[in-house]
Design a protein around this ligand. Structure first.
Ligand SMILES: C[S@@+](CC[C@H](N)C(=O)[O-])C[C@H]1O[C@@H](n2cnc3c(N)ncnc32)[C@H](O)[C@@H]1O
Length: 271
């Protein structure tokens, strides 16, 4: 297993992540928050919050009496998250911290959510043990992680393009995005002391903006897109974006958009 946190963006990539991940993160944010039964006044942690999609949605749900904390290891992500945080509802407290060393007292949270983060933790068991520590007894945990890549046509196209224009090593590191299997996550949650652990697949049909530009821009907001640019230059990224678009040509509408299924594993547990 890698010993470094995965999905580390740099430079202006976090701002692009906020823009280009939004279309396919939005429905999963609702699913992960529905799974933890939020109530007005609840205390919530968005773990590996990135640019804060789940934290912002949670703030709207718990209202002014609630408290939202959001932690991520990447300071660039947190800067964008803070810039996009609402000025109404409870303040969101953003903190730079790795998932396995959280700066919160025991039993702080009624709910912890983690959207597309668990598969990138270098030590999943340690991260979930730490999550269990900061969740109050009876508190809820829910996480999403992408399902098998073959269920996700957009990511199949992206994988092929990364392999062709980035090379096998980058394509292999892309596999981490799909390593949050139900078996791996449920086993780790039970070992961490959670109970009533469940897992099921959630699928949404999501309309992506015209792929001619979107495929390139979205790839540029991923760590693997950055690696393609670092290793092979901007032109390789442009070609990779074009390859994704071409791969999905059959599924593209006349206006260039594409409505595609996205499937994630949704795991839930009670502390
Ligand atoms: C795909 S992004 C998901 C971000 C956000 N949760 C969302 O819904 O868009 C993965 C995030 O996991 C974070 N991450 C990776 N390893 C981490 C670790 N060990 N501790 C905390 N965050 C981590 C990355 O910095 C990145 O922000």
């Amino acid at each position: 297993m890698a010993d470094e946190s995965g999905f580390q963006l740099k430079g202006s990539a976090p701002e692009r992540y906020e823009q280009y991940a939004a279309p396919f993160m939005a429905p999963f944010v609702d699913a992960v928050l529905d799974a933890v039964d939020l109530f007005p006044g609840a205390t919530v942690l968005d773990l590996a919050c990135g640019t804060g999609f789940a934290a912002r949605a949670a703030a709207a749900r718990v209202g002014p009496a609630g408290r939202i904390s959001a932690a991520d290891v990447n300071e660039g992500m947190l800067r964008v998250a803070a810039a996009h945080a609402p000025r109404l509802y409870p303040d969101i407290e953003f903190t730079t911290a790795p998932a396995d060393k959280l700066p919160y007292p025991d039993a702080t949270f009624d709910a912890v959510v983690c959207q597309q983060g668990v598969q990138f933790f270098p030590d999943l068991d340690a991260a979930l043990a730490e999550t269990a520590r900061v969740t109050r007894e009876g508190g809820r945990f829910a996480a999403t992680a992408w399902a098998d890549r073959n269920l996700l046509p957009y990511f199949v196209a992206q994988y092929e393009a990364i392999k062709e224009y980035g090379g096998r090593e980058i394509a292999t590191s892309y596999e981490a995005a799909f390593s949050g299997t139900a078996a791996r996550l449920t086993t780790a949650l039970r070992a961490a002391g959670f109970h009533d652990v469940t897992a099921h697949e959630v699928t949404f049909g999501i309309t992506l903006p015209p792929l001619a530009d979107y495929a390139r821009n979205q790839l540029s907001s991923l760590s693997w897109g950055q690696e393609i640019v670092d290793n092979a230059g901007q032109d390789a990224l442009v070609q990779a974006g074009h390859a994704i678009h071409t791969h999905l040509a059959d599924r593209t509408a006349p206006d260039g958009s594409a409505t595609l299924p996205f499937t994630a594993n949704l795991v839930t547990a009670v502390r």
